[in-house]
Design a protein around this ligand. Structure first.
Ligand SMILES: [Zn+2]
Length: 283
């Protein structure tokens, strides 16, 4: 009997503790903004559910991520992508863009003024022309969307660069007091040229965590609380590089990685610093 009582007591205490410490993300209603950092291996793809139920998608993984991305969009009940952004024309960012364009209703498309002589890029162009879509050539200052609730504006590329990575569209997204910075594969050269406000609570780390990006100057200006690195398990580039991880650790930035955690979701009601809820996505 004593044993039973002590077992029940332990259960009761753990239940109370669970109730106290478990902080579920706010349910997806019209007031939340959720960023899904998809695990697309050594590539990049974010799906953003905006507070007015519009959908933004930044990059579309590699060519062989089509099924994964479409299944994910379907599981969220998405049929329209209102704002589709290809940060730059490398395969690991626009690889499945053609499939996404072919299978979903597409609003506005944003790409930098840069092209690539690759099959992936030609497939993207073909899908665009099949749907008679035009793209807005985007650079620093291009407003992707703006209303009384949220705003997404490009802060880079400031100039034209030979290196396609530096042509990456960098986007600052704000929703009330919440802020995110999406950086594509921008390298230090482009980072240094940015003059606009890039402060953000959540930083999508540039170039999969490469040491050729995320200068101290840039990181200090962003001054994030959270960082997310999109990269593949045991990738050929050794991303994220230890120099990047060291910088994030030294600044006590809570860091999420798609290679070790899979797809990660960040939800906010827009109330700033203490209002970001992080979850892993399980299939
Ligand atoms: Zn990349």
């Amino acid at each position: 009997m004593k044993k039973l009582i002590s077992t029940l007591l332990v259960l009761l205490i753990s239940f109370i503790l669970a109730v106290i410490t478990y902080e579920p993300a706010p349910s997806p209603d019209k007031d939340t903004l959720a960023v899904h950092f998809l695990d697309v291996g050594q590539a990049n793809c974010q799906v953003i559910l905006l507070p007015d139920n519009k959908v933004m998608m930044i990059d579309a993984g590699n060519n062989d991520d089509s099924a994964l991305i479409c299944n994910y969009l379907d599981s969220l009940g998405i049929s329209t992508i209102d704002y589709l952004i290809g940060t730059h024309p490398h395969e690991d960012h626009i690889g499945s863009m053609d499939t996404v364009i072919n299978n979903y209703s597409i609003g506005s498309v944003y790409i930098p003024d840069a092209q690539a002589d690759t099959q992936s890029y030609r497939d993207f162009q073909k899908a665009m022309s099949r749907k008679s879509l035009g793209a807005t050539l985007t650079s620093a200052g291009t407003v992707i969307c703006e209303n009384e609730m949220y705003k997404a504006v490009a802060v880079a590329p400031v100039y034209k660069y030979d290196d396609l990575n530096n042509m990456s569209i960098v986007i600052r997204l704000t929703y009330k007091d919440a802020s995110f910075l999406f950086t594509g594969d921008a390298e230090e050269e482009s980072e240094n040229d940015i003059t606009d406000d890039i402060s953000a609570d959540v930083l999508c780390v540039p170039h999969h965590g490469s040491s050729t990006s995320l200068s101290d100057y840039f990181l200090n200006r962003v001054d994030p609380m959270y960082a997310v690195i999109s990269c593949g398990k045991n990738n050929d580039y050794g991303h994220p590089h230890w120099e990047t991880m060291e910088k994030l650790e030294n600044d006590d930035i809570v860091t999420y990685r798609t290679d070790t955690m899979g797809t990660v979701i960040c939800t906010t009601l827009g109330n700033g610093a203490n209002d970001y809820y992080w979850e892993r996505h399980y299939d």
